[in-house]
Design a protein around this ligand. Structure first.
Ligand code: G3P
Ligand code: MG
Length: 248
């Protein structure tokens, strides 16, 4: 069965990377969420995509220069007028984990350390994962593949997966070489045959960001390991449809 991961939560309909988007993903029936993490000026792990707060909040500046307190004062739903009355906030990874203690969702944590090399990010993410005993519910991904090897070095129990945007030759061999047993390619970087060959080698394939019905159906029919989508509700509806048609 193809696992459905809600990209930045149910970000097609809710403000990305907020508790509102994660809770909505769970309500829609997603199997898990994807989120992005960075470190604040005072060393807290926060869930936000861009290296600045400019696009998604009413503030400005780099995450690395702002304290958690300063970030918490910002409205993370600034560009979502229908959520405006109830201000959504930038969550910490701890807040997401607290909520995950009450469900059994998978969490794909993307380390946003490809342009800013946040020192200690890997150690902090691993420490909190161990504290919550979430080792089996977490997949760590990143465009920084050195960071993924480092994660494996300090905690071999946690699954990792490289993110990448362009065609890769024999991605299953590359994944194994960096100690990963999954890949997170951009959709255009994988053909049907690459997906099949990779999965045959025991490497999970979880492409992103799959929003079009046609693409969702294509990956579902390939029984692709997982899809990462802004619209978990749509993906689940299509998965149910296929399941039903197989029963008839
Ligand atoms: O993890 C999949 C996807 O989130 C990678 O790209 O830029 O949306 O974080 P981005
Ligand atoms: Mg991401």
């Amino acid at each position: 069965m193809t696992i459905i991961l809600a990209h930045r939560g149910a970000s097609g309909t809710h403000p990305e990377n907020t508790m509102e988007a994660f809770i909505a993903a769970e309500k829609f029936g997603a199997d898990g969420i994807e989120l992005d993490v960075q470190l604040t000026a005072d060393g807290e792990i926060v869930v936000i995509h861009d290296i600045t707060v400019d696009r998604t909040t009413n503030g400005s500046g780099h995450i690395k220069d702002l304290t958690l307190n300063e970030l918490k004062n910002l409205k993370a739903n600034f560009h979502y007028k229908h959520f405006f009355k109830k201000a959504a906030r930038i969550p910490t990874l701890r807040e997401v984990f607290d909520w995950m203690s009450e469900n059994d969702l998978i969490c794909n944590i993307e380390l946003k350390n490809n342009s800013i090399p946040y020192e200690g990010l890997e150690e902090k993410v691993i420490a909190i994962t161990k504290e919550f005993a979430f080792e089996k519910r977490i997949i760590i991904s990143s465009f920084n593949h050195y960071s993924l090897v480092y994660v494996k070095k300090i905690c071999s129990d946690i699954e990792t997966a490289p993110l990448y945007k362009d065609l890769l030759y024999k991605p299953w061999e590359y994944a194994s070489s960096i100690l990963s047993n999954g890949i997170h390619p951009k959709l255009k970087a994988v053909s049907d045959s690459i997906i099949k060959a990779t999965m045959e080698q025991g490497i999970a394939v979880r492409p992103y960001t799959i929003n079009k019905e046609r693409d969702i159906n294509r990956l579902l029919s390939l029984n692709c390991s997982a899809i990462i989508t802004d619209y978990p509700e749509k993906a689940i509806r299509l998965r149910e449809k296929i399941k039903k048609s197989k029963r008839i």
